[in-house]
Design a protein around this ligand. Sequence first.
Ligand code: PLP
Length: 389
Amino acid sequence: MTYDFSKPVDRRHTNSMKWDVADHELPMWVADMDFETCPAVKEAILKKAQLGVYGYTIIPDSYIESVMNWWKTYHHFELKKEWILFSTGVVPAISSIVRKMTTPAENVLIQSPVYNIFYNSIYNNGRNILSSDLVFDGKEYHIDFEDLEAKLADPQTTLMILCNPHNPIGKIWDKETLRRIGHLCAKHHVLVLSDEIHCDLCKPGLEYVPFASVDEVCQNNSITCVAASKAFNLAGLQSASVIVPNPVLRHKVNRGLNTDEVAEPNVFCMEANTAAFTKGRAWLEDLCVYIEENKAYVRQFIAENLPELYVVPSEATYLLWVNCQAVSEDTEELCQFIRAKTGLYVSSGEEYGKNGKTFIRINLACPRSRVEDGMARLKNGIEAYQKAD
Ligand SMILES: Cc1ncc(COP(=O)(O)O)c(C=O)c1O
């Protein structure tokens, strides 16, 4: 491995949302990595900072080309230049798309358990959240296509937000599954918004399938959000690309992003994203190996020390989704207990939907020493919880 991910970076007292915790606490919650970003990105930001003038910023062709080349080279999907719009983040884009492409009181379909902010983007805009819950069979998740079709067939359902790969369960949807979803949505006139923010964080050897690459039906009826922010830890730079192949949809989405004023980049994000997409591949490949090793460590630790927990197999993201049902039917209470007892801060599953109630989500994007510390705390916390019960 060329790059070293084992060096801890002290983020306490740096206005980090993740690290806004007490000094003895260890945050392994929000999807934010503790690693320094790739050297080329840091260099690009430092160079821009040196300029000392921080005025308004354009979206240069070099940025768009870097996105096109990245998707062509690593995801085998040729984007056209005009398909790519800029937004100040995936969540701002999702909220804008919900407002522009649906009307109040319509249903926006999601697949719970899923990224918690999807709920906010729907609910805060006065639309109904309609979940076609993913079904957990005790080992892994699958889609109940009958339920999905029944919900898509409701004329009030006009948008589906797909998480591809899926946060928090870590699943990479295969091409056939995406095709089935895409064709059902097209049949029932439901637009697909595919959030692909975790797509560059796949297990080494596995590849995700861009929804719009599946076939023309999927391409013409979809909006895709992608970003370098998860893979290169740039969330604080607020940037994302919104890919809309269909020109009619694209015009509307573009108007929405502009009306909502979420279409202009900040002064650092063009250089940072372009550096990531043009010079960051080797770093990213090492990162994915390191994350996989962290996951293997946790799986083994849990098997040996906390066998009553079940780690859901994870193909993507740096998050692990762990079923704690044998310990607690309510992980909100369990997580609070563990945090108070040991300082370990993980996310409780219900944040991602009611059917997540017995799960916890653990963020493993940190040096191994922190993962080890986190696991020791988890063991202490769970043992103390079981004794207190
Ligand atoms: C599925 C998913 N979408 C979007 C985001 C956030 O995107 P952004 O920071 O670009 O708004 C996250 C962050 O964890 C996420 O997991």
